[in-house]
Design a protein. Sequence first.
Length: 170
Amino acid sequence: MTTSSTPPGLARFNALEEHAAHSALHEACAATAWVERLLAARPYATAEDLYATSDAAMAGLTADDLAEAMAGHPPIGRPRPGDPTSAREQRGMAGASDDLKAEMLELNLAYQDKFGHVFLICATGRTGEQMRDAVKERIGNSPEQEREIVRAELGKINRIRLARLVEEEA
């Protein structure tokens, strides 16, 4: 239930028509099951309620759902042209040297060959070197270990994106 203490951005999200709310959530996470779970729980009294629902929905995603979510993320170092969200989140690679960018491309391809999906990390606030070191470390994981790391990283990304959604000015 929306109360007078509900942050304006959250109240605006709660009031969106179903299609608009679906689109806003899908921009945060491409997993249909996650979007539907968050839609079903509207309205949210607090941002923490929204985040808790997101975390619970993330925990319940199947391997196929995670694959669907990952398909919505471009490789590190190659944000989608015209996509301000991925460019902002991957800012740590923007000033990287050509050598580091080339190394990340090589590592991304090796990771994708091994696991069948892009290397996913919550890149916000990380340097290019930190992301390179993370992919080097994680490429040795088993598929099962990596799936749970990806789940946790997606959860962090979703929280950041939801926070931006509910904190936006009108």
